[in-house]
Design a protein around this ligand. Structure first.
Ligand code: BES
Ligand code: MN
Ligand code: ZN
Length: 503
């Protein structure tokens, strides 16, 4: 909807559009805060507040066009919801709607004056500015990237955001920078699988790191993957003409805290999931370009960590990239794979491929990175969609400290998580009559939990570990705020950045 977003200078001439907030139940001019009242020299904003549709309902937008153009040619009276319980989520929701309205109106510049919202005491100007930056930034995601000559070119506008006391320039910039990281992740997830191959993702990671001196990328492929005994990864990838690779992105701070171990972020990066020989039925295959969102969002988080968060300890991103395809080279149900850590796996279903590549990623992380903790993110199971829908990602984490931090970061960012259990009984379900474990128990009981139970065979108790199943939240089935329908959400980019920032 937007070509780009600029941040204007402080103060200056009056903006083309002005946004003020009003709480629900405080309708009428009395609902306006002192700042808005002072600006409302012509009384147009007060008149707009008197209109029936100006309810203050969350995200509602009532516009007025003051005669004489003071204090702006267009004013948006933005519904903030109830004052009681008003928080930054309510603010986010409201700001998204204002951003969409201003983008579709093709306004050239806009200023938010949210003194009343801030005075409610639950948010500060930094949070407000960041929300504004994020909302506008997310609208610059290019949904037309793959439109061709049969679609008229849309002319998307550039908007300048003018900072105010309730939305300072630096915080708007922070929001825009985070949105850029999220949009990068979304773009990788959006790119069709004939373009977005494992090798292409490796190239994207390298391009990303080129401009950022704290990031470096190493790509492990071919004979080196064999030498490293990446058994699951190689098997899943071997039927495709697009060979698998492990993409390792390292963030190294300029001045590192002495002796700090890295946090490892691991992402399932299946660039297409046909199901393999356990082929997906037609209606279940389309959309599987998004099976690399775990990796895409991990890489997006690495970008945010390097450009916005800049912690003083190392962070390593690992993307296990492969295409789960079909050919005479395909791995098969009944194959037994021996993993790096000696665990043997009987393949019962080649469509349970994510856990096989992640198993290698977990083993690699623990053996080679000496991590402080590991967080993996994966579009792992359809079962988690059945369980939690698109509201929460499934979270498995037995380490109280790590879980607490992830839960707090989830609350702050709105990338929400819901805990599901690990238990010895689920690990029992994964036992195989012929190998140590199966990759999928043919009964579908506790489906997403089976995935987590399988993965638990590849991390020791010594390493704090959190598994996030994002199959339900990685894509927007319907429009969600500033995220267009049928585009990736970039879920987890802000969550992981916030988590790293909280350490
Ligand atoms: N990539 C899928 C999971 C998925 C399903 C993601 C729907 C997004 C939307 C995963 O590899 C898969 O195929 N899982 C199977 C596992 C089963 C064969 C054990 C599933 O969930 O049905
Ligand atoms: Mn699958
Ligand atoms: Zn998959």
């Amino acid at each position: 909807m937007l070509k780009s977003v600029r941040v204007g200078a402080e103060g200056g001439a009056r903006p083309a559009a002005l946004v003020v907030g009003v709480f629900q139940g405080e309708k009428g001019p009395s609902g306006l805060d002192a700042g808005a009242k002072k600006l409302d020299t012509a009384g147009a904003i007060a008149a707009a507040c008197k209109r029936g549709e100006c309810t203050g309902a969350p995200g509602s937008v009532v516009e007025c066009f003051p005669a004489g153009g003071a204090p702006a040619a267009r004013v948006l009276v933005l519904g903030l919801g109830k004052k009681d319980g008003f928080d930054h989520h309510a603010l986010h929701k409201a700001v998204q709607q204002a951003a969409k309205r201003l983008a579709s109106a093709k306004e050239k510049d806009a200023r938010f004056e949210l003194d009343g919202a801030l005075a409610a005491g639950k948010i500060d100007a930094e949070r407000a500015g960041q929300s504004i930056g994020e909302a506008f930034g997310l609208l610059t995601f290019d949904t037309n990237q793959f439109k061709g000559s049969a679609t008229p070119k849309s002319q998307w506008p550039t908007i300048t955001l003018r900072p105010s006391k309730s939305a300072p320039a630096a915080s708007i910039r922070r929001g825009l920078a985070l949105a850029e990281s999220v949009n990068n992740a979304r773009r990788w997830g959006f790119t069709p699988p004939n373009i977005a191959t494992p090798n292409w993702m490796a190239g994207e990671a390298q391009k990303l790191a080129r401009g950022i001196d704290t990031l470096s990328v190493r790509v492990v492929r071919g004979a080196e993957l064999v030498k490293e005994k990446m058994e699951g990864h190689l098997n899943v990838g071997k039927a495709s003409e697009n060979p698998p690779c492990l993409i390792r992105i390292e963030y190294k701070p300029k001045k590192a805290k002495a002796g700090a171990r890295p946090v490892v972020l691991l992402g399932k990066t299946i660039t297409y999931d046909t199901g393999g020989l356990s082929l997906k039925p037609t209606n279940f295959m389309a959309g599987m370009k998004g099976d690399m969102c775990g990796g895409a969002n991990t890489l997006g988080a690495m970008h945010a960590i390097a450009t916005v968060i800049k912690p003083n300890f190392p962070v390593v991103g690992l993307l296990v990239a492969a295409e789960n395809s079909v050919s005479e080279d395909a791995y098969r149900p009944d194959d037994v794979l021996t993993f790096r850590n000696g665990v043997t796996v009987e393949v019962t279903n080649t469509d349970a491929e994510g856990r096989l590549v992640l198993a290698d990623g977990l083993c690699w992380a623990e053996a080679k990175e000496k991590p402080a903790c590991i967080i993996d993110m994966a579009t792992l199971t359809g079962g988690v969609i059945t369980a939690l829908g698109s509201t929460f990602a499934g979270m498995w984490c037995e380490d109280d400290k790590l879980r607490g931090k992830i839960e707090s970061a989830a609350k702050v960012t709105g990338d929400r998580v819901w805990r599901l259990p690990h238990d010895e009984s689920y690990r029992e379900m994964m036992k195989s009559p012929c190998a140590d474990i199966v990759n999928s128990n043919p009964n579908r009981k506790a489906h997403p939990i089976q995935g987590a139970a399988f993965l638990s065979y590849f991390v020791s108790d010594k390493t704090p570990w959190c598994h996030l199943d994002i199959a339900g939240v990685s894509d927007a089935e319907t429009e969600m705020g500033t995220i267009a329908k049928d585009t990736p959400t970039g879920w987890g980019v802000r969550l992981l950045a916030e988590y790293i920032g909280s350490l």
